[in-house]
Design a binder for this molecule. Structure first.
Ligand code: FAD
Ligand code: NA7
Length: 448
């Protein structure tokens, strides 16, 4: 068994990993020394909201990409921890689509209960990870940010949980250099009220584009034009939001699109996704991938094929989030504890190829939901994660897709039942489209 394990990042994935080890320890297992390095001063990852954009107080890129008034974009029942339910945390049933602060409270609630904070070194950024073939150990160089001191420690295993929605993918379009308004990436979007009264152009056709377009309009943008590259999202947009083809160029304030339409706009938000960015990992260990449901070279979606002592959590595109991270964390833990052994490299490569072939055959989001649920089940079957009704979450996600197609401003008003407790969520007191106050107090309390 490994004697020293590093976990990089204390977001939902890193916290899931620390919790998984703690659970094993409580049940009497001998657990190695676990050290978690977190570059920020607090835990929760993206859910730990920051007003900052650009560089942080130490000159490092700001990690946070979440914004004010962000509400869960999927039913909370599809991400409910099987060993720490919403009922347990809140002591009362709560609606299915909570705002950010509520989910932050939930994630960190489990971490507090299992007392994992003591394992985390905050304000400590990992600058470099390499592997020594001779010793069979990883060297992890960290910098403590208060005093800017660096040191290198040796570990038997390293688990990377640094997320992949923080380094923006930022294409440019002709005329941007002379555009008279603000151009920004969704990574830097913080408060939709900034665009009240403006004509906004949003580029992209995935979750960020969908949500930022709705946010901006909800908080008073005059109009929102969404420009897609491949396919429009095609939701029944409320008045004031429309989708057009890809931007070709801007000329002054005027945006020109591939379908020949043009619009005068005041500001542009690039919702063009993120890069998997691991500049702190030496080249031969570094995951290089687009945002897909099964990145290449990761056995079970976790183990670096060429050196499985290095593990990555949460690097997939995500329908499932917290429960998928738990499945991965339990699996990684059991490998570290020697409870699971990995097959020869060729078998691992064949298994990856099998999943990636299956992914290539997915035709639509419904197939993709089944794919990711099956992937999770494949992990759960080998570990002792408490069982819950995964099939119910598949059905919830299918209903959610249909709800979005029926009403993109109304899907968050629906209720789902818990796959862990059976509790049916109450309907929120204020329809999402009218709910302007996203505080936990208002969400859990009375009317707005
Ligand atoms: P992160 O949350 O990104 O955490 C990674 C942690 O690693 C951070 O704390 C970071 O500071 C730390 N770190 C990074 N680099 C280093 C380093 N070199 N050294 C030390 N520490 C480091 N999911 C949902 O389930 N529902 C939603 O509604 C939802 N909305 C989202 C909205 C937005 C705008 C975005 C960007 C994502 C959203 N997600 C949502 C998905 C989100 O990816 C997951 O919920 C979750 O935060 C991923 O957890 P993680 O631990 O993998 O990464
Ligand atoms: P995604 O889901 O990775 O989507 C990125 C989008 O950006 C996608 O629609 C891409 O278009 C589009 N894109 C990328 N490059 C370009 C260029 N050059 N031109 C036009 N459009 C482009 O990222 P999101 O930020 O939406 O979501 C990430 C997470 O945040 C997610 O988990 C949510 O929960 C919140 P394509 O579809 O390929 O045509």
């Amino acid at each position: 068994m490994a004697s020293r394990v590093a976990v990089i990042g204390a977001g939902p994935c890193g916290l899931a990993q620390l919790h998984a080890f703690e659970e094993a320890r409580k049940q009497g297992a001998e657990v190695p020394e676990i050290t978690c390095f977190e570059k920020q001063s607090d835990w929760g990852g993206l859910w730990n909201y920051t007003w900052r954009t650009g560089l942080d107080e130490h000159g490092d890129p700001v990690h946070g990409s979440q914004y004010r008034y962000l509400w869960s974009n999927g039913p909370k029942e599809c991400l409910e921890f099987a060993d720490y339910t919403f009922d347990e945390h809140f002591g009362q049933p709560i609606p299915s689509f909570p705002p950010r602060e509520v989910l932050y409270d939930y994630i960190t609630g489990r971490a507090k209960k299992s007392n994992v904070r003591q394992l985390i070194q905050f304000d400590t950024v990992v600058r470099w990870i390499s592997y020594d073939e001779e010793t069979g150990k990883f060297a992890v160089t960290v910098e403590t940010r208060g005093d800017a001191r660096t040191r290198t420690e040796e570990f038997d295993k390293v688990i990377v949980a640094t997320g992949h929605f923080s380094t923006p993918n930022t294409p440019s379009f002709e005329g941007f250099g002379r555009f008279p308004g603000r151009i920004m990436h969704s990574h830097d979007f913080r408060d939709a009220q900034e665009f009240a009264g403006q004509r906004l152009l949003v580029i992209g056709s995935s979750y960020s584009a969908e949500d930022i377009a709705l946010q901006a309009r909800k908080y008073g943008a005059d109009s929102v034009t969404i420009s897609y590259r491949n396919e429009p999202m095609g939701f029944p947009w409320p008045a004031g939001i429309e989708e057009v083809a890809l931007l070709t160029n801007v000329d002054g304030n005027t945006a020109h699109f591939a379908d020949g339409t043009m619009r005068d706009v005041d500001a542009i938000v690039l919702c063009t996704g993120y890069q998997h960015s691991f500049g702190f990992i030496s080249g031969e260990l570094r995951l290089r991938t687009r945002n897909v449901l099964y990145p290449d070279n990761l056995y079970k979606g976790v183990f670096w094929l060429d050196n499985p002592g290095l593990m990555y959590l949460g690097m997939q595109d995500q329908y499932y989030t917290f429960t998928m991270f738990d499945a991965q964390a339990w699996y990684a833990r059991d490998y570290v504890l020697g409870r699971i052994s990995l097959p020869p490299r060729a078998d691992m490569a064949a298994d990856i190829a099998h999943w990636r072939d299956r992914l290539a055959a997915c035709a639509d989001p419904f197939d993709e939901i089944e794919f990711q649920a099956d992937y999770m089940m494949d992990l759960y079957k080998d570990v002792d994660y408490p069982s819950y009704d995964v099939d119910l979450t598949r059905a919830h996600f299918r209903a959610w897709e249909h709800d979005k197609e029926a009403s993109i401003i109304g899907y968050r008003d629906r209720s789902f039942s818990s796959p862990c407790t059976g509790t049916v969520a109450p309907v929120h007191h204020t329809p999402w489209w009218q709910a302007l106050d996203d505080s936990m107090a208002t969400f859990l309390g009375g009317q707005e």
